[in-house]
Design a protein around this ligand. Structure first.
Ligand SMILES: *[C@@H]1O[C@H](CO)[C@@H](O)[C@H](O)[C@H]1NC(C)=O
Ligand SMILES: *[C@@H]1O[C@H](CO)[C@@H](O)[C@H](O)[C@H]1NC(C)=O
Ligand SMILES: *[C@@H]1O[C@H](CO)[C@@H](O)[C@H](O)[C@H]1NC(C)=O
Ligand SMILES: *[C@@H]1O[C@H](CO)[C@@H](O)[C@H](O)[C@H]1NC(C)=O
Ligand SMILES: *[C@@H]1O[C@H](CO)[C@@H](O)[C@H](O)[C@H]1NC(C)=O
Ligand SMILES: *[C@@H]1O[C@H](CO)[C@@H](O)[C@H](O)[C@H]1NC(C)=O
Length: 312
């Protein structure tokens, strides 16, 4: 596992041009939950369907039987994933300090949400468009936190704090939370937020969507995406429902020439390494045997990609 991680770290530093990638979609007429469908796609294809452009959306539609019911695609909304606007400070809802007004956060709606601190110090998730006062974090200020008596939406609040201070306030423990709350004459934005429907199941960023009217409406645990052939649009739905699904593979041959520091002796055929590569889009379908070629150079045909591994 340690070896696999090393390899993944070295890979992640590389640039890789994926422009022109064409996905081929495969409809699987077996009713499974979203998670099981994903497992199936990863075993037999690349992953559940990822759609990044209109051409993909058209291809996906063609793969669906016109009479079929909704079919799972790779859209998933991780309801527990929140972040601080200060990007070098991590937030994990299960491990880090939080002070939610209601103990749930798993029930946060499937929309972009931004977090408001009440004067009592408790946290509430709100629409990011609401105009609220704000509290900034300021590295230079002796008081660390600065209450700003101006109403604005969360995005503008972030911009304001970054321009005049360091960033929107972040909180690490109850004493910090108490210090901020003590400053507040009224409720105020802090730096915590959630972007809904952020990533496809293969970790591709969601940049293109084709939601049906009023979707996603986030009713009843609806945090997985399904495609509907009849309306040619996408709907959010309860992930535990069993539905047929659509997987993808990469169709077009692409060449990517990369160099990477081979930090470990990790074997490209090691299943753990293989998994890491898959997660980073390196090998949609199958990693072909890595050929050892001369001193320290390995060349592996990764599905349709060519990967050159240099040893330094
Ligand atoms: C985080 O980044 C900010 C700038 O955005 C910087 O001022 C601050 O020192 C960094 N904090 C840590 C802990 O790295
Ligand atoms: C989740 O939110 C809905 C709508 O706001 C509410 O009706 C429901 O009781 C909440 N469920 C839990 C477990 O908090
Ligand atoms: C904030 O501004 C309003 C007017 O915009 C003013 O009435 C109020 O006293 C101010 N509060 C603080 C704490 O400065
Ligand atoms: C959240 O927890 C992680 C690890 O448990 C820690 O590295 C990180 O600094 C914590 N974030 C905050 C804001 O305290
Ligand atoms: C809260 O976190 C800050 C920053 O890590 C630390 O300096 C402080 O001692 C902590 N306070 C408590 C009570 O844990
Ligand atoms: C949402 O999922 C949770 C856990 O899976 C379950 O307890 C809850 O009843 C579900 N809520 C609805 C409205 O389906």
């Amino acid at each position: 596992m340690a070896k696999a991680l090393l390899l993944a770290l070295s890979l992640s530093g590389l640039t890789f041009r994926s422009a022109g990638v064409v996905r081929k979609y495969h409809y699987v007429d077996t009713a499974l939950s979203w998670e099981d469908a994903r497992t199936h796609c990863k075993a037999k294809f690349a992953n559940l369907a990822t759609v990044t452009k209109q051409e993909d959306a058209d291809g996906l539609l063609q793969a669906l039987p016109s009479t079929g019911s909704y079919a799972w695609i790779g859209l998933h909304d991780d309801l527990t994933k929140l972040s601080w606007s200060m990007t070098n400070v991590s937030f994990n809802n299960h491990r880090n300090y939080s002070n939610w007004e209601m103990e749930k956060i798993d029930n946060i709606s499937s929309r972009d949400r931004c977090i408001l601190m009440k004067t009592s110090g408790t946290w509430q998730d709100r629409s990011c468009e609401e105009e609220q006062l704000l509290v900034c974090y300021d590295e230079e200020s002796p008081n660390t936190y600065v209450f700003v008596n101006k109403s604005m939406n969360w995005r503008d609040a972030k911009t304001f704090c970054r321009a005049h201070h360091t960033d929107l306030a972040f909180v690490r423990n109850s004493s910090e939370n108490g210090r901020i709350a003590a400053l507040l004459p009224a409720d105020a934005w802090i730096g915590l937020f959630r972007v809904s429907w952020k990533k496809w199941s293969d970790q591709e960023r969601v940049s293109f969507t084709d939601w049906g009217e009023g979707q996603p409406d986030s009713k009843a645990n609806a945090s997985c995406g399904a495609a509907d052939a009849a309306t040619a649009t996408w709907w959010d739905d309860d992930c535990s429902l069993k539905r047929p699904f659509v997987c993808y593979t990469i169709q077009k041959t692409q060449k990517a020439r990369v160099k990477l520091k081979f930090l470990s002796e990790a074997d490209l055929m090691d299943p753990a390494v293989h998994q890491q590569l898959l997660e980073q889009h390196w090998a949609p379908a199958h990693v072909l045997a890595a050929e050892k070629k001369g001193a320290g150079i390995k060349s592996a045909a990764l599905s349709h990609f060519l990967l050159l591994v240099h040893t330094f």
